[in-house]
Ligand binder design. Structure first.
Ligand SMILES: Cc1ncc(COP(=O)(O)O)c(C=O)c1O
Length: 468
């Protein structure tokens, strides 16, 4: 058996080998069926005989490699799950080792200020005043969106914090047809109810239709409903489309509703001088969602919530207890300003990323991935039979081929692509009903060769199905 120093060295080697040789492993897993995995675990992990940590490193790595869709792979063109930067792996190890508790500022003052420091950097990129805005890390975008809806209700519905929606006019929230579906669940969690999420029709560019939004708000007011919040999406999940933030902001001001921007994935592009203008109007938002664990190459569990209105945020989450340590002057205790109570030091990952790369280095990565998106778009245009179905400058490409006519054709081609395990893309149904193949650049390691392999894999799958 190894001593702990040797075991940690072995762990280092395992991680480095994985990343050094990532292009040699399959993007898709060989374990697929739940029964196969459950049987393996039953046979090998009855938890009767202790196993050494060094043997566990080997065993767990082996089954994870076999049984994971490798979202860290440069040829995973998927759902915003990024290649992870080494800074995240190191930060996660440090966080587990010191295990600071971030519920109360005084228990982990350095960790709290490290988080605040990096959150201010992001807030400034969105045009917020870092000295006065509120910001915290969340488990992800869904929690940040949930936080936003709770703040909107607290702000717009009198005494919502005390008596909830009892005896109140029905609040309504507005999202576009292409918005993230977390809002349906959030509507249920908050007592708004799923039927009171208005899904606003999108225009032909798949942006929220402004006229339709105005008409719907007007109609709801005449019918006695209370509009509380509009969410604009800055980088839709399916197609990377950015809603007209400035126009939506004006409508929100006019009707006195909370203006939220869900920039869970797209927000990172605000670092690029070339792309920043697409986010014009975001500085007007009452709150913003942006995930570090998407386009920032940070490991999972790292979302962010920002708000201009720290008074409403603190009113929403306020709590007093006899058993928690007393508040420190000029500092927030996150258990009384956010949804979580015990809180992991997740922000260190983002702090270490920027400390290591610098803003310039990070911006280069964003622009390089955007260029890879443009390259894929151009290559598909050069090939015969392809068409691009979404309009965005962000690196997500929804495309189809003239041979793909019906839903089952798309399923078949995806199946063929997955069989070869070289690339991962997905099928998507857009708001206009069109079906597409969706490829998103989610890795800072993706290069031109990877793009060529992707195009080749789609071509091969097409010729296998249609020339067989
Ligand atoms: C636009 C948008 N908002 C919110 C979310 C939810 O984020 P999370 O999965 O981190 O909770 C996603 C996830 O893809 C998203 O694309």
């Amino acid at each position: 058996m190894k001593n702990i120093e040797q075991t940690l060295e072995q762990l280092n080697k395992k991680i480095i080998d994985y990343y050094d040789n990532i292009r040699d492993i399959d993007v898709l897993p060989s374990y697929k069926k739940p029964g196969e995995i459950r049987n393996y675990l039953k046979q090998n992990f009855a938890f009767k005989n202790p196993k050494s940590l060094d043997s566990l490193i080997d065993e767990i790595s082996e089954i994870l490699i076999k049984g994971t869709i490798h979202s860290t792979h440069p040829r995973y063109f998927g759902l915003f799950n990024p290649s992870v930067d080494y800074s995240s792996i190191i930060a996660d190890a440090l966080v587990s080792a010191y295990n600071p508790q971030l519920a109360v500022w005084s228990q982990a003052p350095v960790a709290q200020e490290i988080e605040n420091h990096v959150l201010k950097l992001i807030a400034k990129k969105f045009g917020y005043n870092p000295a006065t805005c509120f910001a915290n890390f969340t488990s992800g975008g869904a929690e940040a969106n949930h936080t936003a809806v709770l703040c909107a209700l607290t702000d717009k519905i009198h005494d919502y914090d005390k008596i909830g929606l009892y005896n109140k006019s029905q609040p309504i929230i507005y999202v576009s047809q292409e918005a993230h579906d977390s809002f349906s669940k959030i509507a249920q969690f908050t007592g708004i109810g799923r039927n009171h999420v208005r899904e606003i029709k999108v225009n032909e560019d798949m942006q929220m239709d402004i006229t339709y939004l105005k008409n719907q708000i007007g109609m709801d007011i005449s019918n006695g409903f209370v509009p509380v919040m509009v969410t604009a999406t800055a980088g839709t999940t399916s197609a990377g489309v950015i809603d007209s933030l400035e126009e939506i902001s004006k409508i929100c001001q006019h009707y006195n509703v909370w203006f939220h921007v869900d920039a869970a994935w797209g927000g990172a592009a605000a670092f690029s001088p070339k792309l920043k203008k697409l986010f014009r109007g975001i500085e007007q938002a009452d709150s913003i969602t942006c995930d570090a664990h998407k386009w920032f190459s940070v490991a999972m569990g790292t979302g962010m919530f920002f708000s201009k209105n720290s008074e409403i945020v603190t009113k929403t989450f306020r709590i007093k207890t006899a058993y928690m340590p007393a508040n420190t002057n000029n500092a927030f205790d996150p258990y009384s300003t956010t949804m979580q109570w015990s809180r992991r030091f997740n922000g260190l990952k983002l702090f270490m990323l920027f400390a290591n790369l610098g803003v310039g280095g990070f911006t280069k990565r964003i622009e390089q991935q955007t260029e890879m998106g443009d390259l894929l778009r151009n290559k598909l245009k050069e090939e015969t039979g392809y068409s691009i179905l979404n309009k965005t400058k962000l690196p997500v490409i929804c495309f189809t081929h003239e041979k793909l006519k019906k839903d089952s054709d798309f399923d078949l081609i995806i199946e063929k692509i997955y069989e070869r395990k070289k690339v991962w893309i997905s099928k998507i149904v857009l708001a206009n009903g069109k079906i597409a193949l969706r490829a998103c650049i989610t890795s800072f390691m993706t290069n031109e060769d990877d793009i060529n392999i992707l195009v080749n894999e789609v071509n091969q799958a097409l010729s296998h199905i249609y020339n067989a």
